[in-house]
Design a protein around this ligand. Structure first.
Ligand code: FAD
Length: 509
């Protein structure tokens, strides 16, 4: 076993550090410098872990957890790529397992009853999975996130949502087997038919029940090309009607990707019309917008997969047939043909650009939520058209998903009063203060939006939730699901060792 175990024993903290017990762990691990675990993408929280461990095998992970069970108050946080916003992958005075160290484990193609699957490490980035699957097998997972610099274990602990979710469900619904190390340090292979309670608990389980060391992901033939389209709406009602129609079309009849976003109805380069065209050769012509358009407008983003061998007239015909049924503003349409891989890696370019502008490493007070179809018009009226009418300095996503594609046995919760609910994502990219607004002010704006949803009685759930009190967590899950969550916790992590950064439970002793 070659693993690094780096002590983070901080000067004055030694009193609270179980030194003797830790030294027993140290004999099992090698040491090396590391500082990743003190911060995350959100940039609003920091923590001082006791140590960072770089496991290179499932056995390493199990040994670390097992050792932690014997040390008073010690917690263990699996850290994927640290792209959480609110410290979820941190462990104050605990052990951080850098799951990226496991990335090269597994990667094996399988075919079961004619269906292709790939076994990948929980620490692999989706970007790595994409590149290897496409280049080696011309196959690809079916369900994605927009940005692929996230680990398999990190997104499966939440849900994993993007423009394919309406068809295939979130990433959690596209996994048939997991290898998991529980909070007792025991390793299990689990699936719908084997150790099923652990399987369902872990998917969307916020890292609370076990550490995903391997996942079996359903694959499909990867297309070569994508017709990427954006069309614009001035009326939210037209936008939602068309988006909902598109996501309910049978497979093969509609687009392969459906997303959408809101922009300010002005020429602001970060928040307005200029953010809609996909290429520098495309121009947004505001003259085409109706004069009665409100403070914000809506952009439906669509994609159709096709093979290199497809006749372009066939692709044109299918696209024209579908677009012909939509009620977007006439003449405001953008199209491009891009390679499948370039399409899936489109946010990588945003990352490069944001890094160049110094806003990738700035604080990110983001807010993600799921809002029921029954409240989405009011949400538009109160939030998009009023609170956020000037934009947020980054994308505001809003697009429909189908509850029937989500597995209720998983730990993640979504609104349940209608089959359609919307994902809302406020992805703020702003320069750090003093150039940009104070981060606290933006967090307060997020909180005001959440409070408004409570006050108006909206049926909504936070996605990538973050709460400070157990009372709020109980409200998040609802009594029944909370009881199930608690029961699962008692079964799989009774000492509450795992993922303390979620602030759901405190270590028991
Ligand atoms: P971390 O932040 O490292 O961990 C998240 C949680 O999972 C922590 O509690 C951690 O302890 C736990 N965890 C990590 N690895 C494991 C494991 N192997 N086993 C068990 N628990 C584990 N989400 C979407 O759904 N769709 C998107 O399109 C999307 N785009 C994003 C774009 C950006 C730029 C960013 C920053 C985030 C985005 N997200 C999106 C959110 C993202 O899915 C979550 O924040 C996810 O948790 C990040 O993955 P990570 O590997 O960085 O996980």
């Amino acid at each position: 076993m070659i693993a690094c175990f780096e002590p983070f024993v901080h000067g004055n903290d030694t009193e609270s550090t179980p030194n003797d017990d830790v030294s027993s762990l140290q004999t099992s691990f090698h040491f090396g410098p590391n500082a990743i675990a003190t911060k995350d993408f959100g940039g609003m929280k920091s923590s001082n872990p006791l140590a960072v461990i770089r496991p290179i095998s499932t056995a390493d992970v199990a040994r670390a957890v097992k050792a932690a069970t014997t040390i008073k108050n010690l917690t263990v946080a699996p850290r994927g790529n640290g792209h959480s916003i609110n410290g979820q992958s941190m462990a104050e005075k605990g052990l951080v397992l850098d799951m990226r160290a496991l990335a090269e484990e597994h990667f094996q193609l399988l075919c079961i009853e004619g269906v292709p699957y790939v076994d990948v490490s929980g620490g692999a980035l989706w970007e790595e999975v994409l590149k290897r699957c496409v280049s080696q097998f011309q196959l690809a997972p079916r369900s994605w996130t927009d940005y692929l610099g996230l680990t398999v274990g990190g997104t499966l602990s939440n849900a994993g949502v993007s423009g394919q979710t309406f068809r295939y469900g979130p990433q959690t619904a596209n996994v048939t087997e997991l290898e998991v190390v529980t909070g007792k340090g025991e390793t299990f292979v689990c699936s719908e038919n084997q150790n099923s309670e652990l399987f369902f608990a872990t998917l969307g389980g916020l890292g609370q029940f076990g550490i995903i060391t391997r996942a079996r992901i359903v694959l499909q033939k990867s297309p070569d090309m994508v017709r990427w389209i954006r069309v614009v709406y001035s009326e939210f009602e037209d936008y939602t009607r068309d988006a909902e129609w598109l996501v309910t079309l049978p497979e093969g009849d509609g687009f392969d990707y459906v997303e959408g976003f809101v922009v300010a109805n002005n020429d602001d380069p970060c928040n307005g019309w200029p953010t809609i065209p996909m290429g520098s050769n495309q121009m947004f012509d505001p003259v085409r917008l109706p004069s009665e358009a409100g403070p914000v407008i809506y952009c439906l983003e669509l994609a159709l997969h096709y093979r290199k061998t497809a006749r372009s007239s066939d692709v044109d015909m299918k696209v024209d047939r579908l677009l012909g049924r939509l009620r977007f503003v006439e003449g405001i349409k953008f199209e491009d043909d891009v390679k499948y891989m370039d399409f899936l890696l489109r946010v990588k370019r945003v990352e490069e650009d944001a890094k160049a502008k110094g806003i990738w490493d700035a604080p990110h007070p983001w807010l993600n939520m799921f809002v029921s179809k029954s409240n989405i018009a009011d949400f538009d009226h109160e939030v998009f058209k009023k609170i956020l009418k000037h934009g947020i300095g980054g994308p505001i996503l809003v697009y429909p998903l189908l509850r029937s594609k989500w597995d209720d046995r998983h730990s993640v919760v979504v609104p349940t009063d209608s089959n359609i609910f919307y994902i809302i994502a406020l992805l703020r990219f702003i320069p750090p203060p003093p150039k940009g607004p104070p981060t606290d002010k933006l967090v307060a704006q997020n909180n005001a939006i959440i409070q408004l949803c409570y006050n108006k009685g909206f049926n909504f759930k936070l996605y990538l939730p973050h709460y400070h009190s157990q009372e709020n967590w109980i409200r998040h899950f609802g009594e029944d699901k909370w009881t199930r969550f608690l029961h699962r916790k008692q079964n799989f992590d009774p000492l509450a060792i795992l993922a303390p950064g979620q602030k759901l439970f405190s270590r028991n002793n």
